[in-house]
Design a protein around this ligand. Structure first.
Ligand code: ZN
Length: 114
């Protein structure tokens, strides 16, 4: 069994996006410099047309979650335990499935925070 050849350019990944200009079905992911507003741009692999901005893969949910937690903490309906829970997960990079479930329950209970 031969190993498949590795991607020739490790800095470039591709995503499945159809180009509205040439209908090419694959786009290159072009990473933006660190600190830039956007994480990466998707550009057509054929004609290089800009297609859309791409969020950072695994960290993208963290700022969003922080915002959610912040809003939940502002709620007066929280019990002391719930407040402690939110404060503790606020510092965490990754939540366990159980913690995610508790957070989802709190969001539902407090009327859904957008
Ligand atoms: Zn194109």
């Amino acid at each position: 069994m031969n190993q498949p050849t590795r991607q020739h350019n490790s800095n470039t990944t591709s995503v499945k996006l159809q180009c509205r200009h040439c209908q090419h079905a694959s786009a290159s992911v072009v990473l933006m410099p660190p600190g830039a507003t956007h994480y990466a741009a998707a550009r057509c692999g054929n004609c290089d047309l800009f297609l859309q901005w791409l969020p950072k893969p695994e960290n993208a949910t963290i700022p969003k979650r922080r915002g959610t937690i912040q809003k939940l903490l502002e709620s007066a309906a929280l019990t002391g335990w719930e407040r402690d829970f939110l404060n503790s997960i606020q510092q965490q990079k990754k939540l366990s499935p159980k913690q995610q479930a508790v957070l989802a329950n709190l969001e539902a209970k407090l009327g859904g925070v957008r």
